[in-house]
Design a protein around this ligand. Sequence first.
Ligand SMILES: [Zn+2]
Length: 392
Amino acid sequence: MEKRNCPICDGKKNQKLFHQSFSGFSDTNLLDSYDVVACNNCGFCYADNIPDQKKFDVYYRELSKYESNTVEVKEGYYDRLRFEAMVKYLKPFLPDTHMHIVEVGCATGFLLSMFKKEGYLNLTGIDPSPGCTSAAKRHYGINVLTNTISNIELPNGSIDMLILVGVLEHIKDLDESLEKLWKLLTPDGHIFIGVPDGSQYFNGQDAPFQEFSVEHINFFGPGSLDNLMKKNKFSKVDISQVPLNVNHNTVTPAILSVFRKELAADTNFVMDKESPKNIAAYVEMCHAKEKEINAIIEKIGGENESIIVWGTGAQTLRLLVNSKLRDVKISAFVDSNPKYQGKSLNGVNVISPESLKSKTDTILISTRPYQNEIESQIRNTLGLTNKVIKLY
Ligand SMILES: [Zn+2]
């Protein structure tokens, strides 16, 4: 684990706001815990005491190795809504349909396909996953390079608009990545950045502490994002704060922003006062919510009773360490995502919903957004009569 100076101002002094910890899968474990800290000098909030960049690189490489060769293109309803909002937001900055638009971290190319529909002709995607690259080509006819930020195979000065949605919050070496991206832009090029809005987490709707996920290590507010960008020779054109619907009952506050390439850096940082204060408020709110969940978990499990836990997401990984769930006998985990089936969590197998049919243990549904859908699946689709416990 490494102590991290402030990734924006290089400050060494920070204030700890929260300690996050998780249980991990045996094969793809990136980190067990980190501290959420706020820089005393510029107010940037970030994860401290995390592994070095190499471990992150290996983690993301391994993740894409597990995915099947034929990645399916999914056009989810809420993805569509989110991306439509982004296209609408960006169109005024893209007056010419011949402009070269490049999305870094484009997955299977859904967002780029919407620009294609709007008549844009010069689109390129960048994604480290070969499965995504071929899916984007096959499904949308969009050219995607199987690259990471550090090895993007495009000429310097060739991009008019760079798009990064859900990227910067994952990156440890921010300056290095932004320097590389700066070079790729034309002299009057722009960059669009969409990240979760740390200064508004407390206005979101999600399971407690979900914003401090396993993979997110930077918690930007508008002020911090502006500080980071001007240090890296970008000037602010617009910063908008918007709530984004992730699914039918999860809302993530986000920042949508556009910056312009400049010749000089500006290191006159303006203190981001809002983010540390509001992240502290979010932590307090989550503690209160988690208390209610823990009260339900306290009642689970007699001496020899074992239970089944449905859901192996971040919430479960957190409860396995931070609640009484760590002392409860668990006979199986269930996840409908085939990616997790066959893996083991704390030495217990993850099985498919169909494999539940022969089991009579009580089922704890450990997911916030889909708990009612899962309950209906247990009762109506699988026809099971097991006792069910819900946390929300
Ligand atoms: Zn700082």
